[in-house]
Every structure is written in C-alpha cells, then in structure tokens.
Design a binder for this molecule. Structure first.
Ligand code: TXA
Ligand code: MG
Length: 364
C-alpha cells in the first residue's frame, strides 16, 4: 500500500539552494506555480508547500502531496496589501489595524472569503485564512507566482513542520515540482491565527505574535479554549488543530514540575525503559542537558530563551525519528507569552500525555 502511494508521486523534483537574489530560480518557481505546479519554499515560520491559491486543481494537488484531509483549509499567502481586497468580502478596520501592526510577519487572519477563492482552497468554508509572510524568498515567489499562494506547512500530514530543507526533501521529494532550500527558518513554529469573523476576535492557534501583542491593537481578544487543554471536549475552531500533529514516531511524555524532581524522575523512567530494551530520548535544556542518562539527549536551548526553544523544537522531534528513538521524555516549559505556542505544539506532539510531579497526577 505504501509502495503504491509512492509510485503515484514519483515525479522529478528540482531542488535548488536559494536566497532572494537568485532571480532565475525564483522566476522559474513562479512559472511552476502559475502553471498549476507545486513549490516548497521557506517562510519565516516554517517551510510551506505552495500552489496557486486561486486554482482549485493546485489546491487538490496540495492535499494529495501532504496526505491531508481535504476539510482542512489552506492559508493564502500574499505579498502586498492590495492583494487582500479581491479575496475577502470586506477589509474591516480590525483587519486593517492587524495588517499594519503585524504584516509582513507570522500572523494569519481569517475573514469572510470572496467568490474568487475556490472552496477547494478553504476546505469548503466561506472564510479564508490570509497571511503576508516576511521571508524575502517567500515574498518574491508569491509575486512571481501570480500573487496568491496557498501553502500549508511542507510536511506529510501529522509530522512536525519542517524548519530546515532536509525534512522538506524527506517528505516531499517526488511529490512536488520544486523545493527551494533557503536554510533554517527564523521562528520555527507556525503563524498565530486570529479569527476576525467573530466578536471578540479569537486566537485559533498561538504563535510568535502573542495574545498580549494582539490585545495592544484590538481591545479584547479571546483564545480558543482547546489550545492548551483537551479536557473541554470541544472541537478546535481551526479544523487543522483537531488532528494529531507534530508527532514524532517515538512515544512522547511531558514531565512537569520542579526542575530537580523532573530530572530525577526522567532518569528513573529512562532506566526502566532501557532495561526493557527501549532507546530513550530526552528533550532537556541548556541548564539540564548534562544531568540526563538517556541514549539521546537534546538541548532545546536555555529555559529562559523562548525564541530558541521555538526554533529548535520541530527539528529535535524530527531528529529523534532519524535516530530511531522509541521513548521520549520532555521537560515542560512556561505556557505564557510565546510559551503558549511552544506548549500547544508540545502537548499535541505528546497526545496530551503529561506527568505532573507535584500532585503525582497523570493526565492521559
Ligand atoms: O506559519 C504558517 O502559517 C505556515 C507557513 C507555511 O505559512 N502555514 C501553516 O499552514 O501552518 P497549515 O496548513 O499547516 O495550517 C493552517 C491552519 C490549519 O490548522 C487550518 O485548519 C487553519 O489554519 N485554517 C485555515 N483556514 C481556516 C479558516 N478559514 N478557518 C479556520 N481555520 C483555518
Ligand atoms: Mg501544518
């Protein structure tokens, strides 16, 4: 079955190392998009898998290449403010303010869509998600590609989003026409998504642009309750957030508590797993990495440096797969500010499996 899927996608993928000065490659990639083809490219958040957002065939191809359910809508990427007008019903004053403050950058807004945007791109919804990225390669590609690029993260559905081209190539070689390798991305977690079709506006996915930053621009902003908890029994408002996501192959457990206790607990569990023959990995920090006895210990950065933690998380999850780690323990990080985005992704990667050492309660 796997083999059949592979055969269907055996296309010739052109892989190009690139920066924004490589005009000929950017124009070629733009041509590919205009002709209905797919191009994977770097953005400041994660790599995207791009197709012409106004061409329904391109959107169908994106779902197929990712192995993604087609009710999970795509984000439309634009390169300038004028491009927003034709694809939405109305550019509201709120949308205007958000764009002025956060575009170009890691912020996606949801607005009612115009007829120009096919339902294939919005997963059947009457709303559209729009983002203006800041990465110079992304911006030129959008411009040369016709102005509207639908792009989910460039990973196979369910896997951690790629932050380096190596993992784009691993997932997408043979499935897309071109891969633009622009090196490591800057942020490492997907954009913040804010829904402007509801009052008050609501954050559907946390990211680099935090609740506090948004509340400086819009007076009151809600947060989708499902972002850090799976206890409410509610479905997340962003269709894509309901799927198991960002998951490594090994079984990941988050251990929360006072650092010393966490290290001791993880070491004790590591030994148990090793005795039963499992290869164990740990996501530690700059402060703790030398204290662990696991087979593979990763330093995600200083516990005080959220930007480093965000940038390293997905790459580390992927590296555990490369190293065939079977059981993974991770420290827990602060859930405020950008930490909310980090914990949201980590909790999803762990299927919400958290051990709280203080009250010795185990969450499933
Ligand atoms: O940083 C990013 O946003 C990256 C880069 C490539 O730009 N893209 C990205 O796309 O993360 P994707 O497809 O992996 O995630 C898009 C999320 C999904 O959870 C999807 O359900 C949600 O956005 N979404 C898209 N359109 C929506 C809509 N109209 N209403 C609600 N949620 C929407
Ligand atoms: Mg994604």
């Amino acid at each position: 079955m796997k083999y059949m899927v592979y055969m269907e996608f055996a296309m010739n993928t052109k892989i190009v190392k690139i920066d924004e000065t490589n005009e000929s490659a950017l124009r070629e990639a733009g041509q590919v998009l205009q002709q209905g083809g797919l191009v994977a490219f770097p953005t400041e958040t994660v790599y995207g898998l791009g197709g012409d957002a106004l061409n329904k065939e391109s959107s169908r191809k994106i779902y197929a290449a990712k192995g993604r359910p087609s009710d999970n809508p795509l984000i439309v990427h634009i390169a300038d403010m004028e491009a927003l007008v034709p694809i939405v019903k109305e550019v509201t004053p709120e949308a205007e303010r958000i764009a002025q403050s956060f575009w170009p950058g890691p912020l996606t807004m949801i607005l009612p869509k115009s007829d120009k945007v096919p339902y294939e791109t919005t997963g059947g919804l009457d709303t559209v998600a729009v983002r203006m990225p800041s990465h110079p390669v992304a911006r030129k590609l959008i411009e040369y590609g016709g102005g509207y690029v639908a792009a989910p993260s460039a990973n196979t559905s369910g896997k951690p989003s790629p932050t380096v081209a190596k993992y784009v190539i691993e997932d997408m070689d043979g499935r897309v026409d071109m891969i633009l390798d622009g090196g490591e991305v800057g942020i490492g977690l997907e954009s913040t998504i804010i829904d402007l079709t509801v009052t008050p506006p609501q954050i559907l996915r946390p990211g680099y642009v935090t609740l506090d930053m948004l509340e400086e621009i819009l007076e009151h902003v809600d947060v989708d309750k499902t972002i850090l908890s799976n206890e409410s029994g509610l479905a997340p408002k962003a269709p894509g957030m309901k799927y198991r996501h960002y998951a490594p192959s090994g079984e990941l457990t988050i251990v929360d508590g006072e650092t010393k206790q966490v290290v001791a607990y993880i070491n004790q569990e590591t030994e148990k797993q090793q005795v039963s023959g499992q290869k164990v990995g740990v996501i530690g920090s700059l402060e703790t990495k030398d204290l662990y006895g696991a087979d593979v210990v990763k330093n995600i950065g200083s516990r005080l440096d959220e930007e480093a933690i965000a940038r390293n998380l997905y790459r580390i999850l992927r590296e555990f797969d490369d190293e065939k780690v079977e059981v993974i323990f991770s420290e827990s990080f602060s859930g405020t500010g950008m930490g909310q985005a980090i914990m949201n992704r980590l909790l999803k990667a762990a299927g919400h499996k958290v051990i709280h050492l203080e009250n010795k309660k185990m969450e499933e």
